[in-house]
Design a protein around this ligand. Structure first.
Ligand SMILES: NC(=O)c1ccc[n+]([C@@H]2O[C@H](COP(=O)([O-])OP(=O)(O)OC[C@H]3O[C@@H](n4cnc5c(N)ncnc54)[C@H](O)[C@@H]3O)[C@@H](O)[C@H]2O)c1
Length: 341
């Protein structure tokens, strides 16, 4: 299991990256202009740049990256350096895992989502036929380098997005961490004053502890999907919206906390406290009544389902969760109706 290294200054990161021989950089149009210039990288390293955004985590972009690697004469000794958010580390990881039957790659996450979640744990992937992360591999990066300075240019809604996954980490594994997170005043005006380093470190520790025990997600790793059964269905439904991933996860956390109480064992007062704290950070996504059924049906296609049963993570208490709970289409409809009320 590769642990992310937290770097405190850009020169150190540049020195580390410049030492990799025979490398190719992958970024998106935003990280190319906002993040790459902060690193004094050798100008001879070829740069592949794709359009930004979730819709580009696609087979089309993957094909584009493979072609660019070929043009750059990349071979088995080449290392791909992914500089960007979760879209870049997911698709870059998949491009590297498949090109020439697999070349090495490094993740340099530039979003909070990337630092606390997407760049760690070895899941790579693209969306396919409107379904989230349907094609992908479990392949570990050679290394992960987190430099929180990148967060300075990140729009606030992207900070919120990463924050949703951090809240999830607290909810499934560490009550104290959850309480610390919700005590922070996360607003556009205050986010830049938050000392992210120790929080990022904590989230990585929680995720890595789980992943190290169950890399291929046959059991415990499923806990990390809390909020994602319904969150992914919402994200698939709104695939062309510009709303970041974590906002759908926040909606999924509300729905799945509701179900943890109505179908599972979570205490009512505790479920209300959790939902209240999510509402203090995220605006709800308005749903039309007729969309709810469609979204619920999308949850049926979730990769984590078995034998046509929808599987869901439930909280037992704050900081304690369990996986593989069966839920019905009706449960999902009810939770979405509650969310929309
Ligand atoms: N592999 C995993 O385990 C895992 C875990 C969680 C999420 N994910 C995936 O990650 C993706 C979401 O990641 P994300 O939220 O980082 O999205 P993203 O990569 O689309 O980045 C969000 C936006 O921020 C821009 N950006 C990136 N860094 C910036 C910076 N420093 N300053 C200004 N703008 C910057 C990007 O260009 C993009 O427009 C989803 O596809 C999700 O499925 C994967």
């Amino acid at each position: 299991m590769n642990l992310a290294t937290l770097i405190n200054d850009g020169n150190t990161l540049s020195d580390i990256l410049n030492k990799y021989q025979n490398s190719v950089i992958l970024c998106d149009q935003n990280t190319e202009t906002l993040c790459l210039p902060l690193l004094n990288l050798n100008t001879e390293i070829p740069v592949i740049s794709i359009s930004a955004g979730e819709t580009n985590k696609s087979a089309f972009s993957l094909n584009f990256i493979w072609n660019k690697l070929l043009q750059a004469n990349a071979d088995r000794n080449t290392i791909l350096i992914n500089i960007g958010g979760g879209v870049i580390t997911d698709i870059g990881g998949l491009a590297a895992a498949t090109y020439n039957r697999g070349i090495k790659f490094i993740n340099v996450p530039t979003t909070l989502m990337g630092m606390v979640d997407a760049a760690n744990g070895g899941k790579t992937g693209i969306n396919f036929n409107g379904l989230k992360n349907y094609i992908g591999t479990f392949t570990e990066p050679e290394a992960i380098y987190n430099w929180p300075e990148f967060l300075k240019t990140l729009p606030f809604n992207q900070i919120q997005s990463g924050f949703a996954e951090m809240i999830k980490h607290g909810l499934i594994a560490d009550k104290k961490y959850f309480e610390k997170l919700i005590s922070l005043d996360i607003k556009a005006e205050t986010a830049e004053f938050i000392n992210w380093n120790s929080l990022i470190q904590k989230s990585i520790e929680i995720k890595n502890a789980i992943v190290s025990r169950d890399f291929k997600e046959s059991g415990e790793r499923k806990l990390l999907n809390f909020g994602h059964t319904i969150g992914h269905a919402l994200e698939s439904h709104f695939i062309n919206s510009n709303l970041p991933h974590g906002h759908f996860v926040s909606a999924g956390i509300i729905c799945e906390t509701f179900l943890s109480h109505t179908v599972g064992n979570l205490d009512l007062a505790e479920s209300q406290k959790i939902i209240f704290s999510i509402d203090s950070v995220f605006e709800r996504i308005p749903l039309l009544a007729k969309e709810i059924d469609e979204i619920a049906h999308l949850a049926l296609k979730d990769k984590k389902n078995k034998e046509h049963k929808i599987k869901c993570v439930f909280l037992d208490k704050t900081g304690d969760a369990n996986f593989d709970n069966d839920i019905t289409l009706k449960d999902i409809v009810e939770s979405l109706s509650f969310y929309n009320s």
